[in-house]
Ligand binder design. Structure first.
Ligand code: SF4
Ligand code: SF4
Length: 132
């Protein structure tokens, strides 16, 4: 299992309607981060503040400066400390990582998925509950 490469695939894949936020998170944004709350409509994220419609890409996803001319694109989250739990909890399982082509996964993880899940759960222990 590798460190996250910040390839951005997960954000690009899920931010067009595949993410959710809890009522408590939305309330916290309304109180402490009204700019984030502007992108919530009827409890749904991420919505266009001007039209109220679902955005096709997360407004907080930033393309970072390239390390070199031939290095792959790298992305950051401009609300990293305040991102929804849904984002904090990713990735949750080896099957999900394979499906989403997450770059953290390595060939040895595919050969020993149970062990890889334990490694993932340990890596993610601070940001999410372990996968069931
Ligand atoms: S809020 Fe941050 S982590 Fe979540 S989809 Fe957007 S850029 Fe990615
Ligand atoms: S798909 Fe995996 S490697 Fe890429 S940004 Fe998401 S967690 Fe990181």
């Amino acid at each position: 299992m590798k460190e996250c490469t910040q390839c951005g695939k997960c954000c690009l894949l899920y931010s067009d309607g595949g993410l959710s936020a809890r009522a408590e998170e939305i309330e916290a944004w309304e109180t402490f981060n009204p700019t984030i709350a502007e992108y919530v409509v009827n409890g749904k994220i991420w919505m266009d503040p001007a039209t109220g419609k679902q955005l096709t890409r997360c407004p907080w996803l930033e393309l970072l400066p390239a390390d070199s001319a031939d290095s792959p694109d790298k992305y950051g989250c401009s609300i990293y400390q305040d991102r929804p739990e849904d984002c904090r909890h990713y990735p949750t399982s080896i099957a999900e990582m394979v499906r989403d082509e997450c770059e953290m996964i390595e060939v040895r993880d595919l050969n020993a998925p149970a062990q890889a899940q334990k490694t993932l759960d340990r890596l993610m222990a601070d940001s999410r509950p372990p996968a069931q």
